[in-house]
Ligand binder design. Structure first.
Ligand SMILES: [Zn+2]
Ligand SMILES: [Zn+2]
Length: 415
């Protein structure tokens, strides 16, 4: 029910105008609000003016870290009344109208208040959402809706405009307020994990899987390394969130691997130049003998050997670096089939369209798998091993012998 702010008639939630008096059920700010903006602006301006006057007269030396300076106060003396008038004249943003109506209904009809806060949150710009989240969380808590309240509180800790008061203090003392807010957010999330209201999930590379983290945000079994792709969820969302964390981790890892490949490529350029110059130096030492032996026709014999090495070493030296990092061509590879063998081990068949050669092994869900290539099927890599559970979603990586980076990675569900 929406109560009309003019005649107090109760209207159904779908109405835009009051059924009794016809006034707008989602009004902008009233005259008194608008007048108060002008008053605050003028009062603020006058106070700043007084500070400017005092500062100029007393000539006090202020420490640099404080943000008060005569120039800044002068700016405020002129700026605040203008801002007050501008606020008084502007059209009230829609999200604010919903927020105002929500506040008016907290006692009258809490359900209407929640609906209006939710609408306001959807419409509000990002930096205005923190305050609304906090208000809605308080209301949820009052109504005994613990789960919803926790979700809002959790969202609050990472929202852009959170910890406004503390941010102001941090800025005032010349600190970075974003760093301050991030720290406060992390402390609050840790406290929520410690209280059992929120669960933290992350990928532990030692466990080889997604684990529930302790209040210090570490794997309960391994205090290092730091878990990757950490995510905070409500207790009953844990199941659904595990694959999401795994996906996020795989994505992060892929990005990291691409960065390594790019760095390796960039480093390989000076290296190949270096090798090239060594090759050239070795060659120029060899040329005099060639010239000496071919003394009869020196003009023809000397340029021809120099030209050949010029064109050949270059591609030969540059090419191996990307291939040695990536391994064989696994770009179109995919899992062809998975199945259980009689001895209880899992067989995973990887299809590599461009063919596969060499010695490989795989890591499936943290378990070592041995791989074989059958003569009749040069496009398939048969890998088998034990330790994975039926129905589990696992991460699988294939490695070529002697190369640390996986040649292929994927996630699949064990049959
Ligand atoms: Zn009315
Ligand atoms: Zn662990």
């Amino acid at each position: 029910m929406i109560q009309c702010h003019k005649c107090q008639t109760e209207n159904t939630a779908d109405r835009e105008k009051c059924q009794e008096c016809g006034s707008d059920l989602l009004p902008g700010e009233g005259l008194s609000d608008r007048l108060s903006y002008i008053v605050y602006g003028i009062v603020g301006g006058v106070l700043s003016g007084i500070v400017v006057y005092l500062l100029m007269k007393s000539e006090i030396e202020l420490p640099d870290c404080l943000l008060i300076s005569p120039q800044l106060c002068l700016l405020a003396t002129i700026g605040l009344p203008i801002m007050g008038i501008a606020s008084a004249l502007r059209k009230t943003p829609l999200y604010q109208r919903y927020a105002t109506r929500a506040r008016r209904h907290i006692e009258l009809d809490p359900e209407q208040a929640i609906a209006d806060f939710s609408q306001a949150l959807e419409l509000a710009p990002e930096k205005e959402q923190a305050g609304l989240l906090k208000e809605r969380a308080t209301l949820y808590e009052k109504l005994g809706m613990e789960e919803e309240a926790t979700r809002d509180e959790l969202d609050y800790t990472s929202s852009e405009g959170a910890y406004g008061g503390g941010r102001g203090v941090a800025r005032f003392f010349g600190a970075d307020d974003d760093v301050y807010a991030a720290g406060r957010g992390e402390d609050d999330r840790k406290a929520m994990v410690a209280a059992g209201r929120v669960k933290a999930l992350g990928y532990c590379s030692k466990c080889g899987s997604v684990v529930e983290l302790n209040p210090k945000l570490r794997c309960p079994e391994h205090s290092s390394p730091k878990p990757k792709a950490v995510k905070f969820v409500l207790p009953d969302e844990v199941e659904a969130a595990i694959p999401e964390v795994l996906n996020e981790y795989t994505k992060e890892r892929r990005t990291r691997r691409n960065v390594i490949i790019i760095v390796a490529l960039v480093l390989s350029i000076p290296l190949s130049c270096c090798l090239f110059s060594i090759a050239m130096r070795g060659f120029s030492k060899a040329t005099p003998t060639a010239m000496a032996t071919a003394s009869r026709i020196p003009i023809i014999s000397s340029p021809s050997p120099t030209q050949k090495p010029l064109s050949t070493p270059e591609p030969k030296i540059i090419l191996p670096s990307p291939t040695s990092v990536v391994g064989e061509d696994f770009t179109d590879a995919s899992i062809m089939s998975t199945g259980w063998l009689q001895d209880g081990s899992l067989l995973v068949t990887l299809h590599v369209p461009s063919g596969v050669e060499g010695i490989y092994h795989a890591v499936v869900g943290g378990n070592e798998f041995t791989c074989e290539i059958l003569e009749d099927y040069p496009e398939r890599l048969y890998c088998h091993g034990k330790g994975v559970k039926s129905g589990a979603q696992v991460e699988a990586s294939w490695y070529q012998e002697g190369i640390e980076l996986p040649v292929y990675e994927t996630i699949f569900t064990v049959p």
